[in-house]
Design a binder for this molecule. Structure first.
Ligand SMILES: C[S@@+](CC[C@H](N)C(=O)[O-])C[C@H]1O[C@@H](n2cnc3c(N)ncnc32)[C@H](O)[C@@H]1O
Length: 386
């Protein structure tokens, strides 16, 4: 059973439902799941990420790698140091959450003597940007003054590193089901009593084309009733990132799979999940605006988009292999005393053990003009699985 909403959350959720009903009325009674997810997560002032829910960390709805341990950021910093030594320039972090990763990376790069010229953050959530500002305010002045917040991607292409941890999974997705040998698009409509309910209709041209390219026409090898997601926003997102990278690496961290595993015939209900107070469930139409909605990432789609954007997939590995290659074990061993060593060892286990975050989370590097093999991928190369 999910925890009940507080009175404030209930009011907030009703306001989001009213917004979605108004949009349904304006659009003939049907919204694609993608548009529904966009409103539920990002509607100005109301969406889950735009409004004031606590979201990340132990007291929130879910925990990400930078919230589990600063060991994650220290290893990512080691990878950034290698790239920055070759390219100079800056770091741009997309969707920086609470600012935990930015703070750790800046401190670790300072200790290494490879500070970026600036550390830019592009954050769509005003609420999270305010939390990042409060957190990064505590940095030493020579680090704090390097941090800037951007409203949009930089106009002039940058050299250095672009980072995004768990951002791709937060981009709104299309959903579909296979019925009678045809693709049907899943969306949201109103029931006779005026409640939001799941609905299905014919796919629009973009979804039909994406499914035909992946599964053939008619879709073969997937069972009747098969339901899954397609992220049609990944392509434009990667194209935009590619457009603002002159020389360097885009590092993407997320839970996901190569396409052949993502759309496996046995994964009949897809990968969409909701997160509410540390519980995962699969009911996106409840708790509107107060729960997270995510879908796993099809890394093959990311790689295809990268290739169209002129970026080279220069690494693809599990999070475990990436962190081990960048010295997570040595960082634990170097702890100042036995108590912190034991604490860090526990945190490292959460980050690398296969049944925790080690296998489900992957890291993909997209490079331009950055020749040397990246140190984070020295132990594992999963690119052939894409
Ligand atoms: C799941 S949270 C991850 C936060 C943080 N990276 C971490 O690992 O703790 C997703 C983040 O991506 C941000 N976000 C979503 N879409 C974005 C976009 N198109 N550009 C930049 N940030 C975005 C959200 O506001 C939020 O900060």
């Amino acid at each position: 059973m999910l925890p009940a909403l507080s009175a404030d959350e209930q009011r907030h959720s009703e306001a989001v439902a009213a917004l979605i009903r108004a949009e349904l009325a304006a659009r003939g009674g049907w919204l694609s799941f993608e548009r529904f997810m966009e409103l539920a997560l990002y509607a100005p002032g109301l969406g889950y990420y735009s409004a004031g829910s606590w979201k990340l960390g132990g007291g929130g709805d879910f925990v990400t790698a930078p919230e589990v341990s600063e060991l994650f950021g220290r290893c990512v910093a080691a990878q950034c140091a290698q790239v920055l030594r070759a390219t100079g320039g800056e770091i741009l972090e997309l969707g920086a959450g609470t600012g935990a990763l930015s703070a750790t990376i800046l401190a670790a790069l300072d200790a290494e003597g490879v500070l970026p010229e600036r550390y830019a953050i592009l954050e769509v959530s005003g609420d999270l940007a305010a939390r990042q500002r409060a957190r990064l305010e505590a940095l030493a002045p020579h680090l704090r003054t390097r941090v800037v917040w951007l409203e949009r991607l930089p106009q002039a292409p940058l050299c250095g590193v672009i980072l995004a941890n768990e951002v791709a999974d937060a981009l709104p997705v299309r959903r579909f089901s296979l019925r009678g040998g045809a693709v049907r698009e899943l969306g949201v409509a109103l029931s006779a009593s005026g409640a939001l309910q799941a609905a299905e209709g014919p796919p629009d041209a973009a979804l039909a084309e994406a499914c035909a390219a992946m599964f053939g026409t008619p879709p073969h090898s997937l069972p009747e009733g098969y339901t899954s997601e397609v992220n049609l926003r990944l392509g434009p997102w990667i194209a935009a990132l590619g457009g603002c990278l002159e020389r360097g690496v885009v590092l993407l961290f997320d839970y996901g799979l190569p396409r052949s595993h993502y759309y496996h015939a046995q994964r009949i209900a897809g990968t969409l999940r909701c997160h509410f107070r540390q519980r995962a469930h699969d009911e996106p139409l409840i708790n509107l605006g107060v729960q997270d909605i995510t879908a796993w990432v099809d890394f093959t789609r990311l790689a295809e988009a990268a290739s169209r954007a002129g970026l080279e997939v220069s690494g693809f590995a599990t999070q475990a292999a990436f962190l081990l290659a960048l010295g997570i074990e040595q960082a634990v061993a170097a702890a100042a005393d036995a108590v912190s060593r034991a604490r860090l060892a526990g945190e490292a286990r959460r980050l690398v053990m296969p049944e925790e975050m080690g296998e489900a989370f992957k890291v993909m590097a997209l490079a331009r003009g950055c020749g040397a093999p990246l140190e984070g991928f020295a132990l594992q190369d999963l690119r052939r699985s894409l």
